[in-house]
Design a protein around this ligand. Structure first.
Ligand code: SPV
Ligand code: MG
Length: 519
């Protein structure tokens, strides 16, 4: 089957064809030029390289007349072999050739001796024994009779041609069948039934034809489709009528092998680490913001002219975290922040943070951030977290200066207080508790609602969620419960201490503070 570029070659191979015809007509046409050697031979070979890169089946180049004399032929064969092309077909006409279906009978044929020399030169140049040279006999096209066609075919066979392509422009197969009969299997026969297409293929099988080339049908299919679609969109000025009739974008990605690149990135990019993704919990209304959250969730409340969630998402994007999933619940449909993947917790009225986290489980990765959606923070906090080592790492504010009078803060009890003399030592989280503020002085700070799970950390979280889901109060549980469970199971959670520069938004007072922080 004909193909004329990388993607058509891939399509042909996928359809199950055992070989590809790199048609001179079709490759010229996709360049927008005539089939008269207007594209240079190196431009043809460049295209073949793309075709060969994306396929495994043999490609037979329609090499026209070999692009010159025996010397050009030698160089062509070497270049084709270097690009993994299986063979070349050359026709006994003169350079620059014309397509056989345009005034074929007016086209002069090559001198038999000269053309035989070209075949011999090609065969002598090939390094791979399997490389094929097909000699194409144009005698019937140019108005000569069967005996001239046979005389030429025999000369080319003796010169070393691996197969003979006998071409015909008749709408009946008679002259091809007559040739095949006389030829009597002296070498494999190849035909191009473009004009005598109504002949049953079985007839060619019984006549001993070895190979049929469907020579131009991919380019014609593409042209017909492109003409229809182009005209329709131009006239209708809309895509709505054509969308269902054309290949979806994801089909292009599939044919291009986009998935392979994603896999390769995991292996080779970013020191072999997977990219970091973020899961943002944003299902609650934020009752304490009163009228501000009547028709939108807390994360959509504007701060300094921008929805709270947009501040969070911008921080992620600034640090190249582009895979961001937001678990939404209350008024989920009002979340219109670009570049995020929204996951719905349908049961947000009766469930808590861990239930929301479970809805995002398909997005878990070996390097993921889990954060509250109502956090404002300076970028360096996120950067420090991304540079941290440890399976699970939590950010704790040891100053507690940003403590909110509203909400229910998560106080952190750690293995060591924030002490400069400890610099470089590991600090582990021992417990997170929603303590009354009076007692909070005994804690080591506030956990800000930001976790990074890395490597094993993901598995630990998955296991913990599985276990906790079996408990009757699972629907009430929050991230703090997850942390505490992990700690009791002996899974260390490392602590990075910070000193302010963040805020969670729970009340109208927090909004005022938010202006100061962002400002
Ligand atoms: C081609 O496909 O370019 C061919 C076959 O040479 S034909 O157009 O039938 O001559
Ligand atoms: Mg051709």
């Amino acid at each position: 089957m004909e193909a004329h570029n990388g993607i058509s070659a891939r399509i042909v191979e996928e359809a199950g064809f055992q070989g590809i015809w790199a048609s001179g007509l079709a490759v010229s046409a996709q360049y927008g030029v005539r089939d008269n050697n207007e594209a240079s031979w190196t431009q043809i070979v460049d295209m073949l390289e793309f075709m060969s890169d994306v396929t495994k089946v043999p490609i037979l180049l329609d090499g026209d007349t070999g692009y010159g004399n025996f010397n050009n032929m030698r160089r062509l064969v070497r270049k084709l072999e270097q690009r993994g092309i299986a063979g070349v077909c050359i026709e006994d006409k003169l350079f620059p050739k014309s397509n056989s279906f345009i005034n074929g009978e007016r086209q002069p044929l090559a001198d038999v001796e000269e053309f035989s020399g070209k075949i011999k030169a090609g065969k002598d140049s090939q390094l791979d024994d399997n490389f094929c040279i097909v000699a194409r006999v144009e005698a019937l096209i140019a108005g000569w009779d069967l005996s001239e066609a046979l005389r030429r075919a025999e000369a080319y066979r003796i010169a070393g041609a691996d197969a003979i392509l006998i071409h015909s422009k008749s709408s009946r197969p008679n002259e091809i069948l007559a040739f095949a009969k006389e030829w009597a299997g002296r070498a494999p026969l190849v035909i191009v039934p473009t004009k005598y297409y109504s002949t049953p293929t079985e007839l060619f099988r019984t006549a001993g034809i070895s190979l049929i080339i469907w020579a131009n049908h991919m380019i014609r299919a593409a042209i017909a489709s492109m003409e229809t679609i182009a005209r329709e969109v131009q006239v209708s000025e809309t895509l709505v009528n054509i969308e269902e009739r054309i290949a979806p974008i994801k089909e292009i990605f599939r044919l291009q092998g986009a998935d392979e690149l994603v896999e390769a990135e995991k292996r080779y990019f970013n020191n072999g680490q997977q990219h970091t993704n973020a899961i943002v919990l944003a299902a609650t209304r934020g009752d304490e913001l009163h009228g501000l959250t009547l028709d939108r969730p807390k994360v959509m409340v504007p701060i300094a002219g921008k929805a709270l969630l947009r501040h969070v998402v911008d921080k992620f994007k600034k640090l190249q975290i582009n895979d961001i999933s937001v678990v939404a619940g209350y008024k989920a449909e009002t979340i219109d922040v670009p570049g995020i993947n929204i996951i719905q917790n349908q049961n947000y009225t009766t469930t808590g943070e861990l239930a929301s986290l479970v809805t995002a489980q398909a997005k878990f990765s070996n390097d993921m951030l889990i954060v509250y959606g109502d956090l404002l923070f300076r970028s360096y906090i996120l950067r420090d977290l991304l540079e941290s080592v440890g399976e699970i790492v939590a950010i704790v504010d040891s100053t507690m200066k940003s403590k909110s009078t509203s909400g229910s803060p998560d106080y952190a009890y750690c293995s060591h207080p924030d002490d400069l003399s400890l610099f470089g030592q590991d600090v582990n989280l021992l417990q997170v508790a929603k303590t009354k503020q009076m007692q909070s002085q005994k804690s080591h700070g506030r956990w800000i609602g930001m976790l990074r799970c890395h490597g094993q950390g993901r598995l630990w979280v998955e296991e913990a969620l599985l276990q906790l889901q079996g408990q009757p109060d699972f629907n009430k549980m929050g991230l703090a419960d997850l942390c505490n469970y992990l700690i009791t199971k002996g899974k260390p959670i490392k602590v990075i201490y910070i000193h302010g520069h963040w805020l969670d938004i729970n009340s109208l007072d927090d909004l005022d503070l938010a202006f100061q922080l962002q400002g």
